[in-house]
Structure formats: structure tokens, C-alpha cells
Design a protein around this ligand. Structure first.
Ligand SMILES: [Fe+2]
Ligand SMILES: [Fe+2]
Length: 280
């Protein structure tokens, strides 16, 4: 089974690079499932229903969120009618929407996606470790689902690594999100879970984590807001992680993807079927 997980889409530039490439990548790499984090898709803050529909129509099977889930207030309402939009599972009881979604791939595979949020340097939600354990017990890999994917939206690398080792061998992939910078530690953990501390954003990297540089610099220096944060509008890099699973739902291959924009370009060599595809 072939999965592609795309990191936080930031603003118009991030949406544009996703919309430009996703259908071709899906077809060329014969992907079974595409998951994208959309918490910054609307002007850097949250997601609107129009954008959500656009990303799903373009080729995402599921959109995950994070601390910006409800920055666009309309998400509080439309998330209830869009099960493919998933907010952190460890929100307090009564939060709108769902923290998990099961999709069925074209080949019939049951793929469970959950979104969890960390608690270090972030709002203290419910314990993500206990929440993960509960979800794994409810829907074990190989019994309740054929693939189990966690978007762990967290600030601290230590918390992300700890959670990944905690679930190693029990889920297919732990994809870290939220810091908006890709890490180089993608690997298959000892018991078979694919892992990366952070997938990186899909946005303009000539920025401060996706935002125009001037206002963040000013705020660090003056501690005063002078204007709104605006997403940087230069060409974006699509950042993702490509993962292949075996029939047990554990990972056999993992590689980063970076397409477009300023970052060095990389695609998974193990899916380069033709010379044409090798250009990403
Ligand atoms: Fe983000
Ligand atoms: Fe975030």
C-alpha cells in the first residue's frame, strides 16, 4: 500500500503547489491514499469549507488539522458534515467534528487516520499518549484496519519521538506536523512504524514559518503587533512523506518529497517507474 502525507498547507501559495501536482503524483505513483494537513490553508489560519472541498476534489482523501483547526469560525459548523476533515482527537469532549476517520481505498483497504495534538509548548489538551492507546485498542492494526496513520501535531521533537516509540509496531505511520520545517530523521522504527518528526509545511520557505517576514521580525523585536500576519506569497515547496506498507500494515519504505519552491528537490526513488516520472 502506498501513502502520501503532505505537511501543513500554508495560504494560497501552499494550496497552489498542492493543486498543481497532486493528481499527477497520485496517478504516477499509484497512491492508495493521500492525507494532507490543512490547518493553515486559509490565509495561514484554519480552513474554510470552500478550501476544504477544493483540496478533497483535487485528490486528498483526508485533511487533518491542529491548533489552528477552528481559526475560521465556519469550521465549527461545516466540520460536522465533512467526516474527511479531522481535528485533534484529544480535544475536550463536545468539540465539533471527529478526531478520526476511516477511508476505504480503491483496492478495498481500510485506512484509519487520526489527528493528535501535543501538549509541550502548546495548549494542554487531553493526554495524546492515552488517547492513542485507546484508539489502537478500539481499532487494532490488522484487525480493525489495514493501515493506521497518526498526524501528531506537536511543537517538541521529544514529545513526537516519545509518542512514535510508544506506538511503534502498532501503527503504520506517525507523521509529525506543526513546526513547518521538514526534519531529516524519516525512518522505519524498530517494530515497523514509519516516522518523521516533522513533514514540513507546503508553503513559501522565504518566510517565517510560512508568513511574510516583516511582521514576525517586528514582533520579536518590539513585542507589539503592527499588522496582521499574512502568508508569504512566493512559490511554495510541496513537502510530504512517501510511505509503502506491507500486507500487515507496517512500513517497508519511507522517503521525503519536496517539490517546487526554494528547498532542494527530492522524490522517492523507489516509486520512480519511468524516466518521465523521475522528474517529480
Ligand atoms: Fe501548521
Ligand atoms: Fe499548528
Amino acid at each position: 500500500m502506498r501513502l502520501l502525507f503532505v505537511g501543513d498547507i500554508v495560504g494560497r501559495a501552499g494550496r497552489a503547489i498542492f493543486l498543481e501536482h497532486i493528481q499527477r503524483l497520485r496517478a504516477t505513483w499509484r497512491l492508495d491514499c493521500v492525507i494532507v494537513n490543512g490547518e493553515n490553508a486559509a490565509g495561514g489560519f484554519g480552513i474554510t469549507e470552500t478550501i476544504c472541498t477544493e483540496l478533497l476534489a483535487a485528490g486528498a482523501d483526508c485533511i487533518t488539522l491542529g491548533n489552528h483547526a477552528f481559526d475560521q469560525r465556519e469550521a465549527l459548523v461545516f466540520i460536522a458534515r465533512e467526516p474527511r476533515l479531522v481535528r485533534p482527537l484529544n480535544y475536550p469532549k463536545g468539540a465539533p467534528g471527529n478526531g478520526a476517520h476511516m477511508i476505504q481505498s480503491a483496492s478495498g483497504a481500510r485506512i484509519l487516520i487520526i489527528n493528535l495534538m501535543g501538549r509541550v509548548f502548546m495548549e494542554a489538551l487531553d493526554d495524546p499518549f492515552a488517547t492513542a492507546a485507546r484508539e489502537i485498542a478500539t481499532c487494532p492494526l490488522g484487525v480493525g484496519c489495514d493501515a493506521f496513520i497518526i498526524d501528531f501535531h506537536a511543537e517538541a521533537s521529544s514529545e513526537k519521538q516519545a509518542l512514535a516509540h510508544f506506538v511503534d509496531g502498532r501503527v503504520s505511520l506517525v507523521a509529525g506536523t506543526h513546526t513547518h520545517v521538514p526534519t531529516a530523521d524519516h525512518q522505519i522504527l524498530p517494530r515497523g512504524t514509519a516516522y518523521i518528526t516533522d513533514v514540513g509545511m507546503s508553503g513559501d520557505y522565504d518566510s517565517v514559518i510560512g508568513m511574510d517576514k516583516e511582521e514576525p521580525i517586528r514582533r520579536f523585536m518590539t513585542k507589539l503587533p503592527a499588522s496582521r500576519f499574512e502568508p508569504a506569497a512566493g512559490s511554495a515547496t510541496l513537502c510530504g512523506i512517501a510511505v509503502e506498507l506491507d500486507t500487515t500494515g507496517l512500513a517497508t519504505k519511507i522517503a521525503p518529497i519536496r517539490i517546487g519552491g526554494r528547498l532542494s528537490q527530492v522524490c522517492p526513488e523507489f516509486w520512480q517507474i519511468t524516466q518521465e516520472a523521475a522528474t517529480c
